[in-house]
Write a protein that binds this ligand. Structure first.
Ligand code: PLP
Length: 464
């Protein structure tokens, strides 16, 4: 037995021989020879240490087995790269799927800015200019603020603001607002990182203006309100409005910082989406700095936007940390295009997040009917498809207790989990959800221009 195993091991090819195999040379061209060499070594080591029975009996079969394993490793490696995903989950701002899908104009702007661009130059004079100037003007126009600054995300905006205005001092905040956002963004940690002492007031469910007032002392640098985006305190609760905080701040000579989170620019309550603080209202109420994300309800690229009083924005800008947190030209290009759409009043038509959040369920039902007909017409087993009335969710830590009525394509199969996995693994990848033993694709979050590829993928998975 031992001798037989030894004999088989002698049949294992040299690394070099595998690398020159006609099916392997294209892999070397794609992934680079050093990487493929590493994979071949690992496969050979596995075969060498495995049991003798699993090893094929002749050289050609062994080589075929090595190439087969190599193809598997290469496919797995290729599937890890970032690529297009059709979002059929019904979660509009899906953090794991990259939050806000960008408007077409923003995508074009990124492509254009990818080459050389007038990032820090005034084309008229040819002289150097400040980067982000146009975007900051747009931020002012859509929010009514005096000045603006764009950084990497809202977490960065919080860090920069706290550190600039309050390092070594105290900031007062309600206990009910010490939030954790997904991805381990915990407010107390950000305070520590900024070197700011957290002065918590009130209780989890109730905080009054008098709690803030009596906390203010000589070491207090600012008052902070944070919108508890991803959860709600209901029942016996009380919180202080931004207007009351602003009034207190004015009387005591302290800046008021308002972290509104999702960057909602309009009152969306008539679409069934209440409770999101509107940036312009916070600004006009008198908050000194208002902080929000670019890739939630604003519907743009990942970034954090700080708007507010010129003198404070100037202080943030001159903090060396601002240089470390600044955004690149691609983000600026996408944000500029997104804000131009907002400024022109076309956001509900052209910004995917807002279009999806406000699309009436009846329109989705009609689209679902059409897709169902096509699926049934093109399938050998039409009965496995049906329509389902479902609920979509805003996601992105916004509006946690609200849902939107929607319609989904329901696919019956022997294993809905396996079917969903197949949908994820093809090109383009489709993310569905499994509910009541069915695979569901919620059309609210699928761009209508992807309907044809969606149907193709569903039929492909249903057939095989
Ligand atoms: C989402 C959110 C953040 C974090 O924003 P990022 O852009 O993801 O860093 C901070 N504060 C509030 C209130 C939020 O809702």
């Amino acid at each position: 037995m031992k001798a037989e195993h030894q004999a088989k091991l002698r049949l294992l090819p040299a690394v070099e021989r595998v690398l020159n195999h006609p099916e392997v040379t294209p892999l070397c061209a794609q992934f680079g020879r050093p990487v493929v060499t590493g994979w071949v070594r690992e496969i050979l080591a596995r075969l060498r240490s495995g049991s003798a029975e699993t090893l094929p009996a002749d050289t050609a079969a062994i080589e075929a087995e090595i190439v087969r394993q190599l193809r598997e490793v290469a496919e797995a490696a290729a599937s890890q790269r970032l690529r297009k995903v059709i979002n059929g989950t019904g979660i509009v701002i899906h953090t794991n799927l990259g939050r806000a899908p960008l408007a077409a104009a923003a995508v074009n702007a990124i492509t254009e800015a990818a080459a050389c661009t007038n990032l820090e130059v005034d084309l008229a004079s040819g002289h150097r200019s400040q980067r982000g100037g146009t975007v900051e003007l747009l931020c002012r126009q859509v929010t009514g603020a005096e000045a603006a600054l764009v950084v990497n995300n809202c977490a960065a905006a919080t860090l920069l603001t706290l550190q600039t205005l309050a390092a070594g001092r105290r900031v007062v905040i309600s206990r009910g607002q010490l939030i954790e956002i997904g991805g381990s963004f915990r407010l107390p940690d950000v305070f520590r990182q900024a070197g700011v002492e957290l002065h918590e007031v009130g209780t989890t469910n109730r905080t009054r203006l008098s709690d803030y007032a009596s906390a203010i002392g000589p070491e207090t640098a600012a008052l902070l309100r944070v919108h508890p985006s991803n959860y709600r305190i209901a029942g016996f609760s009380e919180s202080v409005s931004i207007a009351e905080l602003v009034d207190l701040g004015r009387r005591r000579g302290l800046p008021v910082i308002d972290d509104v989170g999702s960057g909602c620019l309009y009152d969306l309550s008539r679409y069934g989406l209440a409770d999101e603080p509107v940036v312009r209202e916070s600004v006009s109420t008198g908050a000194d700095l208002v902080l929000f994300s670019g890739d939630k309800l604003l519907g743009g690229p990942q970034c954090g936007i700080i708007v507010g009083r010129s003198e404070l924005i100037a202080r943030l800008r001159s903090n060396p940390l601002a240089r470390a947190l600044r955004v690149d030209k691609l983000t600026l290009a996408a944000l500029e295009a997104t804000l131009e759409i907002h400024r022109a009043g076309k956001a509900l038509d052209e910004i995917p997040v807002l279009r999806q959040l406000t699309q009436p369920a009846e329109e989705l039902r009609q689209r679902a009917e059409q897709l169902l007909q096509q699926l049934q017409g093109r399938s050998a087993d039409p009965n496995q498809f049906s329509l389902r009335e479902v609920n979509s969710a805003p996601g992105g830590g916004a509006l946690p207790d609200q849902t939107l009525p929607s319609w989904a394509i329901a696919i019956n199969s022997s294993s809905p989990d396996q079917f969903s996995r197949q949908l994820r693994l093809g090109e383009p990848a489709v993310f569905a959800r499994v509910q009541e033993n069915c695979t569901l694709v919620d059309l609210r979050t699928v761009n209508a221009s992807d309907d044809e590829s969606l149907i193709g993928r569903i039929l492909q998975c249903a057939a095989g």
